[in-house]
Ligand binder design. Structure first.
Ligand SMILES: [Zn+2]
Length: 302
C-alpha cells in the first residue's frame, strides 16, 4: 500500500537534516475564490473543521469539492512554497505533537521501503506503459525530471515546471532525449504547446496544488492529441486514514494543497472537461490508500 507518507521518504531524512533551520516564510492568503469545479460561491458556507487559520477550507454545497477558499497566488507557490520546504515544515509540525507515533513508524517505514524498492515509481511506469506506450509525454510539475528520465526510450519527455532552477536543470535532461521543459505555471505552460501535440500527460501529485483544476484540464484537452491519455494521481480525501487521523492526515498541507478530491469530485471534473475515464477501478481508489489513480482519454475527433 502506498501512502503520502511514503512517497518522498527516501529524501526525508536528508531534507529534515539540511532544512531543519528553515524558518517558515510569511505567506499571505490570496483573494476569495469560488468552487474551482462548478463556480459556486461558497462564501457563506461554514469552514470545514480542518481549516487552519488563516486558511479557509470550504466544501462546495453544489458539487461537494473540498477546497481552500483563499489560496496564495502562483508567485508564492513558486518562490516560498518549494515543495521540499512545505513538506519539511509540515513534517516538523506533525512530529512535534506525535513523537511516539513517529518513534514507531519511522523504522517500520524504512523496512517497507527496503522491501518495496521504489514501488510508486514502478506503478507510474506501469500506468504510462499501459495507457500511453510511446510518443510525446508531458509531466506537469516535472521537478527534477527523475520520473521522465526513467521512462523507456520510446517516450519523448516534456515538462512544465514553475521553479526556475528546476526547469533549467530538467530542460537539459529532456533536450538530450528530444523533448524540453517550459518554465511556467501549468495552465499558461500548457498553452505554449501546439494543439494535439501530446500522446500522453501525467499529473502526478499535481492537481491538488492547482488553483484552477478545471481550466488546467481544459488546457490539457487542447494540447493532447485525439485518443491521447492523461494519468492523474491525487490524495484521496475519502480515505480511511483521513477519517481516522483527522487534521493530522498526511494529505493536509497548508496552504499548498488547494483542492481535496474524493473519487466523486475527481471523476466529475475529469468528465466535465470532456475526457472519457478509462481506468478508475475499486483498487485505484481504494479507501485504505491515501492516494488514488485515474486514467482518461481525449475522445477521437469526429
Ligand atoms: Zn462546486
Amino acid at each position: 500500500m502506498t501512502t503520502l507518507h511514503d512517497e518522498p521518504v527516501s529524501d526525508t531524512d536528508a531534507l529534515m537534516a539540511s532544512k531543519a533551520s528553515n524558518r517558515a516564510p510569511v505567506i499571505v492568503p490570496g483573494p476569495h475564490r469560488d468552487c474551482p469545479i462548478c463556480d459556486t460561491d461558497n462564501a457563506n458556507g461554514e469552514p470545514v473543521r480542518y481549516s487552519r487559520d488563516p486558511w479557509q477550507l470550504k466544501q462546495c454545497r453544489d458539487c461537494g469539492l473540498v477546497y481552500l477558499e483563499n489560496p496564495p497566488g502562483y508567485e508564492a507557490l513558486s518562490v516560498d512554497l518549494a515543495w521540499e520546504k512545505s513538506y519539511t515544515m509540515e513534517m516538523q509540525r506533525r512530529r512535534k505533537g506525535h513523537r511516539l507515533h513517529y518513534l514507531i513508524s519511522d523504522p517500520l517505514k524504512r523496512v517497507r521501503v527496503l522491501f518495496r524498492g521504489g514501488g510508486v515509481r514502478r506503478k507510474e511506469q506501469a500506468w504510462i506503459a499501459r495507457h500511453v506506450g510511446s510518443g510525446r509525454l508531458l509531466d506537469v510539475g516535472c521537478g527534477t525530471g527523475r520520473t521522465l528520465m526513467e521512462l523507456p526510450k520510446s517516450i519523448i519527455p516534456y515538462g512544465i515546471e514553475i521553479s526556475e532552477h528546476l526547469a533549467a536543470e530538467t530542460n537539459k535532461l529532456c533536450r538530450s532525449r528530444g523533448g524540453y521543459v517550459v518554465e511556467n505555471n501549468a495552465v499558461d505552460g500548457m498553452g505554449q504547446f501546439e494543439a494535439d501535440f501530446f500522446d500522453g500527460m501525467m499529473l502526478r501529485a499535481f492537481l491538488e496544488h492547482e488553483t484552477q483544476p478545471r481550466l488546467l484540464l481544459e488546457a490539457a484537452q487542447h494540447a493532447l492529441a485525439p485518443k491521447g491519455r492523461i494519468i492523474i494521481k491525487v490524495p484521496n480525501y475519502s480515505s480511511v486514514n483521513r477519517v481516522v487521523r483527522g487534521g493530522n492526515w498526511c494529505g493536509f498541507r497548508f496552504p499548498d494543497h488547494v483542492n481535496y478530491f474524493t473519487p466523486e469530485t475527481l471523476r466529475r471534473v475529469v468528465e466535465m472537461t470532456g475526457f472519457r475515464v478509462t481506468q478508475f477501478g475499486v483498487l485505484d481508489r481504494f479507501p485504505f490508500n491515501d492516494n488514488m489513480w485515474l486514467a482518461a482519454e481525449k475522445p477521437a475527433a469526429r
